[in-house]
Design a protein around this ligand. Structure first.
Ligand code: GDP
Length: 447
């Protein structure tokens, strides 16, 4: 039996209620000691006075007992819902510890829920991210994963792969020419279907990645086209600024704001300009990096100045990234006489901006683009770990096809087993100690 752990489960600060959570064998005895009651009814709210070890009254609290195994951790769990603020909860926690519990590590309750078989890794991951979710969209997706959407997908894939392995095991003793061709064709078709399904899920998860972490938008363009003015106009218009991230450097400024239901991080890059000046050079590198890290690129050109080599460099960058990034081309300073020859930009369907309603127009354009990017009912993988796992499975399935066609069933079966291990690592990895330490260590205390 593992030891009994305890922690304050609610966030610090002033609030009406705080919760102290205790999990482990000693939890019921600890509850009895603090409340001086003899018995509790499972899952019933009991209003009790709580006393410290010196017999002094700490608070009046609601005490809940979740009898093992019907609790989050599958162990004996007791929760004290006391008055908020930090002092009372800390005092209760101290008393619980004095009665033989120890302070929980971050994420230890969820780790126990996993070890107890109550949730799998994908569900634990969803819980961790749900706690930190920054948008409604993210919360919706994570809630679905927490309820087992990804687990069911993994189970189904594993089942299909296992059936294919079973076929190989049964027919492994056949001579190559005796393999029933229709069964081989059917298997090949199934593998191709799985590969395609994984491909769709990975593509749509990568496209919608911003739903979880916030979409990143980079504003690029040569110096003085009006990038900072655009960012400021957007911030002025959209009052719901979440926060400023990072500081203002000579080259980039990053701001967070909410557009519709999306969380957006906007980076205003330095002008893209090649020069011997090292600071300018750093600026170029930052711009390229900002594009690479972004989901949407806003590329700005100055309609009041003639086309020059710097504009051409930006256009070359757009060409380079057009298959990987969403790109919005903006012709700025349309209120001034037009000097820019825009024929080269026609294919990009540029939008024009002038001093009027600049922030509002840009936000509307971004919102339309973000809404389209966010579309899709496809299952969503929410972490790099999950995406990596399904990609490994996809690669192994691809490698299994050739040996199957050639009747080399042992090699076929070997690759399918690789695929099974990879896909299983999403929810119930074969060797999970490292993943466990890394994942649960990132949780907040009391979860
Ligand atoms: P950045 O170097 O790309 O960030 O450019 P800034 O935002 O600092 O703008 C450079 C100059 O262009 C400033 O003097 C702005 O006031 C001016 N500017 C920005 N947008 C417009 C616009 O739409 N019309 C006009 N006429 N001037 C603009």
């Amino acid at each position: 039996m593992s030891d009994t752990i305890a922690a304050v489960a609610t966030a610090g600060g002033v609030g009406s209620v705080a919760i102290v959570r205790v999990s482990g064998e000693k939890a019921p005895a600890i509850a009895k000691a603090l409340t001086r009651r003899d018995a509790f009814i499972p899952r019933h709210a009991h209003l009790c006075d709580l006393y410290d070890t010196a017999g002094e009254l700490i608070d009046e609290a609601i005490v809940l007992w979740f009898k093992a195994p019907h609790s989050f951790t599958t162990e004996e769990v007791v929760e004290f819902q006391c008055h908020g603020g930090t002092v009372v909860a800390e005092k209760i926690l101290d008393t619980v510890l004095a009665h033989g519990a120890r302070l929980a590590e971050p994420g230890e309750f969820t780790r126990r829920a996993f070890l107890g078989g109550r949730i799998d890794l994908s569900e634990a991951e969803a819980i961790a991210k749900l706690i930190e979710a920054k948008s409604e969209d993210a919360a919706k997706i994570l809630a679905r994963q927490m309820k087992g959407e990804l687990r069911r997908f993994v189970d189904e894939m594993r089942e299909r792969l296992l059936r294919a392995v079973a076929f190989a095991e049964v027919t492994i003793d056949y001579a190559e020419e005796d393999l029933p061709p229709d069964i081989v064709d059917d298997l090949l078709r199934q593998l191709e279907e799985m590969e395609a399904q994984i491909g769709r899920i990975v593509a749509s998860s990568e496209r919608r990645r911003g739903l979880i972490e916030g979409f990143k938008v980079a504003i690029v363009g040569k110096p003085n086209v009006g990038k900072s003015s655009l960012l400021n106009a957007m911030l002025d218009y959209e009052r719901a600024i979440v926060s400023d991230i990072a500081g203002t450097t000579r080259d980039t400024i990053e701001e967070q704001l909410r557009i519709g239901s999306h969380l957006v991080r906007i980076v205003d890059t330095a002008g893209i300009r090649e020069s011997a000046d090292t600071i300018e050079k750093i600026g170029i590198e930052r711009s390229v990096r900002a594009i690479e890290e972004s989901d949407i690129v806003v590329a700005m050109f100055d309609a009041s100045r003639p086309w020059d080599t710097e504009d051409a460099k930006i256009l070359a960058l757009l060409e380079r990234y057009k298959h990987d990034k969403e790109i919005l081309v903006v012709l700025n300073k349309a209120d001034l006489p037009r000097k820019l020859d825009t024929t080269t930009l026609e294919g990009w369907a540029p939008m024009t901006l002038d001093r009027e309603k600049k922030g509002e127009k840009m936000i509307d354009a971004l919102k339309a683009r973000l809404d389209t990017m966010a579309e899709g009912d496809e299952l969503m993988l929410v972490s790099a770990r999950q995406i990596d796992a399904v990609k490994r499975a996809q690669a192994a399935i691809a490698q299994a096809k050739e040996p199957l066609g050639m009747g080399e069933l042992e090699i076929f079966s070997y690759h399918l087993n690789e695929a099974i291990v990879a896909i299983a690592s999403i929810s119930k990895p074969v060797d999970f100690n490292d993943i466990m330490d890394k994942m649960f260590g990132e949780f907040c205390l009391g979860k």
